[in-house]
Structure formats: structure tokens, C-alpha cells
Design a protein around this ligand. Structure first.
Ligand code: M6R
Length: 368
């Protein structure tokens, strides 16, 4: 069933274009985005005045990615919070609050308790879930399923991309209901999403240098990941993959925080992965990232720069350059995460680990 792959995770990484495509399917009727019509229609969405996203692990990172788009499209405040923190707080919720609970398994204990916590305060709860009939969708007001298919590898890959996709659909549905975007703008955003399976597939063809890099740095003690804007949660996800799979110390930072502490960690030869935005669509952020790369290079870091194809400005600062196809700025995480998954898998493989079943981890965390 591994389809010729050594590990399920390799297969699941390759299935990502399909996961994104299948998650998009059926959510646009030619004029409007459709979420879960029966249980959460436009009338309910229209009155929402605040969004909380609750999740754990990679699912939490997918929520962080979506925050940028949802706030931009809807002008609603979006707070993304670890379910294990949210459930023990006294968050300000009411019936006009939408709580989006993101969970691949639908069984994560802290997410389930966060959902119950939210419902007790009459918030509306929308589950984004990959598992039909699981507990969290059952206890939610509505559900948007990610159609990634079963994910066997303990480290989430295709579900993560499918979650980002579903979260963005939620954002578009909110924008449409609130009228913060015209119907034709929503349709254009949806069309941009429809291009993403091909962009992810193209990214997968560009990964040989990443595998080589994984073999080259497999002995490192630590790896840092830097990003800004939507690249920041991608950096967090890259670090989590590396911890899980390769048992290597890895940290993701917002690149703007470098001088506030993390730069003290940079020493000769330390691999630092930098997720760089498009110079065309995000010139200001791009130039900020360039100065961050210069700063770490000056301190001897081994710079691994992930950036847009044809971006000549980054090449001189990159010890290793990893190119991504050009995609809209808010959608870059769907392609930028792919090399980080492959890097972690390759390092783990080189170290001789079972990438489907990392030590100490379970696929779903149903006890706290
Ligand atoms: O099933 P869930 O999406 O609720 O699981 C959440 C986390 O346990 C999960 O994402 C975990 O962090 C993965 N092992 C990440 O690869």
C-alpha cells in the first residue's frame, strides 16, 4: 500500500497536490463559496464578529497561516491559539464568535475540550477535520472536511496542506457573507486556489537539491528556521517536522526577532533555513528578509534560502538555494512547506530512523 515508496510519509508527501485539489472540490457552486450549508449558512456567518482558531501541533500552524488571509479578506480579528491553552483560559466568547477547531484526527483531547469550552459559552464551532464521523465534528455546529485521505505517517504532511486549503475556504466564505469582498473577487481567490495543486506538483519536481542538502547536514546539532508573515508559521512547521522525524534540535523564529535573542545562537556552520517571500508581491518584506540573511551569513551560518524561482537577489546570500514556483503571497505556505517536509524526512532517513513512526509519538493524542 506504500505504492512503491519506502515509507508512507514519502507517499503522503507526493499525494499533496491531490489532497489540496480534493479539499477544494465541491466548495464553489459557480458563483459562491459553499461550506457546510446545512449547518452553517451565510446568515449565521454574517453576524460573526470575531474568530478564534484552536488546534495543536501542525494543525495549529495551519491556523497561523490562515490568520493572515482571513484577517485580510474579512477584516475580522482572528486569534489562533493552542487548544491546550485556550481550554484553561477564560476567553471572551459569545454567540457571534466563530471558533474554528482544526484537527486531522478529530479526536485530539485538548481540541475536543476546547470545543466543549467554546460551546458552553454559546460560540459557534466549525470543525476542520480529516476524519469522517470522528468526535470533534460530532460535537461541532458544522464541519468542513479536508479530503487528504488517510494519513499513516505520524508526522502530518498532506493533512497540513489540506488544512491550510480548508481554512482559506472558511476565510472566503466569511468574506463573502460579510460582503468584505465582492463575488468576483471571491471567485478570483478561489481560482487562485485551484492553481495550487499544479504549483505543489511542480514544487515536488524541484526537490533533488533538498534531498542532497538533507544528506549533507544530517550530522548537524541544530537547525534554525526563519520566516516572516506567512513564512513564520512555515518556519515553525519546518522546525516541528525536524524535531519529530530527526530528533534534532530545531527552532522556528519570526525573522524580525533575530536581534531580540535568537541571533546569539548563530555560529560557524549552523544551518539556518530562511523562507523568503516574493520580491514582486512583497518587496518590503523581501528586503527585510534579505538583511536578515546577510546578518546570519556574516556570523558564519550556513544559509539555506527558500525563495521564488527567478529571484536573483537571494542567490548571492544562499549557500543552498531552493526554488519555489511563483504563487500568490498568501498561498506561498502551500509550496514553501514542501521542501521542509522533505528536508526533515531526508535527514531522518540518513540518520537511519523510521520516519513513519518517530519515537515517543502517537498519531492522535487522545489523552492529555
Ligand atoms: O489530529 P490533530 O490534527 O488534532 O493532531 C494535532 C497534532 O497532534 C499533530 O498535528 C501533531 O503535531 C503531528 N504529529 C505533527 O506532525
Amino acid at each position: 500500500e506504500k505504492g512503491g515508496h519506502e515509507f508512507f510519509m514519502d507517499k503522503e508527501i507526493q499525494e499533496q497536490p491531490q489532497a489540496v485539489e480534493d479539499t477544494l472540490r465541491g466548495h464553489f457552486d459557480g458563483t459562491r463559496i459553499v461550506l457546510d450549508e446545512q449547518r452553517l449558512g451565510e446568515d449565521e456567518l454574517r453576524t460573526i464578529d470575531k474568530v478564534f482558531v484552536v488546534a495543536c501541533g501542525s494543525s495549529y500552524h495551519s491556523g497561523l497561516v490562515a490568520k493572515y488571509a482571513i484577517e485580510h479578506w474579512t477584516r475580522l480579528p482572528v486569534e489562533v491559539e493552542l487548544a491546550s491553552e485556550f481550554r484553561y483560559r477564560d476567553p471572551v466568547l459569545d454567540r457571534d464568535t466563530l471558533v474554528v477547531a482544526i484537527t486531522q484526527s478529530g479526536e485530539t483531547a485538548d481540541v475536543l475540550e476546547a470545543v466543549r469550552h467554546a460551546r458552553r459559552q454559546r460560540a459557534r464551532v466549525l470543525a476542520v477535520c480529516n476524519t469522517n464521523g470522528s468526535q470533534i465534528p460530532r460535537e461541532s455546529d458544522a464541519v468542513v472536511y479536508t479530503h487528504a485521505g488517510p494519513e499513516v505517517g505520524v508526522a502530518s504532511t498532506k493533512c497540513f496542506l489540506a488544512q491550510i486549503t480548508a481554512n482559506l475556504l472558511v476565510g472566503l466564505a466569511l468574506a463573502q457573507a460579510r460582503g468584505t469582498k465582492y463575488a468576483d473577487e471571491v471567485a478570483r481567490e478561489y481560482e487562485a486556489l485551484l492553481e495550487m495543486p499544479a504549483a505543489v506538483a511542480e514544487t515536488l519536481t524541484l526537490m533533488d537539491p533538498v534531498r542532497q542538502l538533507g544528506r549533507d547536514i544530517a550530522d548537524s546539532k541544530a537547525v534554525l528556521f526563519l520566516g516572516r508573515h506567512v513564512g513564520f508559521p512555515v518556519a515553525l512547521e519546518g522546525a516541528l517536522k525536524l524535531k519529530e522525524l530527526a530528533y534534532m534540535h530545531a527552532e522556528g523564529f519570526a525573522a524580525g526577532e533575530l536581534k531580540h535573542g535568537p541571533i546569539a545562537l548563530v555560529e560557524d556552520g549552523l544551518p539556518v533555513v530562511v523562507v523568503t517571500p516574493s520580491p514582486k508581491s512583497q518587496p518590503l518584506l523581501h528586503s527585510k528578509l534579505l538583511s536578515n540573511i546577510r546578518e546570519i551569513q556574516a556570523r558564519g551560518a550556513r544559509t539555506i534560502v527558500i525563495g521564488e524561482e527567478g529571484d536573483e537577489t537571494i542567490a548571492p546570500f544562499a549557500d543552498t538555494l531552493i526554488e519555489l514556483p511563483r504563487v500568490p503571497a498568501l498561498l506561498q505556505p502551500l509550496v514553501a512547506t514542501v521542501p521542509l517536509q522533505i528536508l526533515a524526512a531526508e535527514i531522518a532517513r540518513t540518520r537511519g530512523y523510521d520516519i513513519d513512526k518517530p519515537r515517543n509519538l502517537a498519531k492522535s493524542v487522545t489523552v492529555e
